[in-house]
Design a protein around this ligand. Structure first.
Ligand SMILES: [Fe+2]
Length: 208
């Protein structure tokens, strides 16, 4: 995806994640917050023709190519676009089934069990101070959990995100108020494991 960046439609109905995330949250989150990052990123990149053939990922990885005066703004807004698109894609319905594929085996081998992964991931999400994300990432073929502040993204040449949860208050406050832990707990029911598992398989092919 290149400039001008387009708002990707939500890949399901706005009420598809109820009861765990209500329609109002999804409207604000997708139509206002995520969309604002796309609009702002286009405004910024619009000022620099030499950046306009770079992909979203390239803007986040090749930060040396960014002009000093706009580096932080471009990084924050490109991160806001990338992170939200992955976040929305990682969910699809309130009836998710636990993974049983190669990714499930890798999660068990790395974290002990799906349940232990869930606990560690929830801890990263709950303990992220202030706004940010928790991630399941692939680093040199190995799974890891990490968290990042604000719209930072773990993209680099060797670290690729597989799954993320947005723990900015706008992701849950309208339904959960200050209860981030309840949001995180319920969010596990929404994960689109088919998407995450397919992403894992395609990334592992690149690693080999
Ligand atoms: Fe968000």
């Amino acid at each position: 995806m290149n400039y001008p960046f387009e708002v990707e439609p939500l890949p399901y109905a706005y009420n598809a994640l109820e009861p765990y995330l209500n329609e109002e949250i999804l409207h604000f989150h997708h139509d206002k917050h995520y969309t604002a990052y796309v609009v702002k990123l286009n405004e910024l990149v619009g000022n620099y023709p030499n950046l306009q053939n770079m992909s979203l990922e390239e803007l986040l990885i090749q930060t040396d190519a960014l002009p000093n005066e706009a580096k932080t703004s471009i990084r924050n807004n490109a991160g806001g676009v990338y992170n939200h698109e992955l976040y929305f894609a990682c969910m699809n319905s309130p009836d998710c089934e636990l993974p049983t594929d190669q990714l499930a085996l890798a999660i068990q081998a790395t974290f002990g069990s799906i349940e232990q992964f869930r606990s560690a991931f929830a801890a990263a999400a709950i303990n992220q101070f202030g706004s940010g994300y928790a991630w399941l990432i692939l680093s040199n073929g190995k799974l890891e959990i990490l968290s990042t502040p604000n719209q930072d993204t773990p993209i680099s040449l060797t670290v690729t995100p597989l799954l993320c949860i947005d723990v900015w208050e706008h992701a849950y406050y309208l339904q959960y108020q200050n209860r981030r832990a309840d949001y995180v707990e319920n969010w596990f029911n929404l994960i689109n494991w088919d998407f995450v598992g397919a992403r894992y398989m395609s990334l592992m092919k690149e690693v080999r």
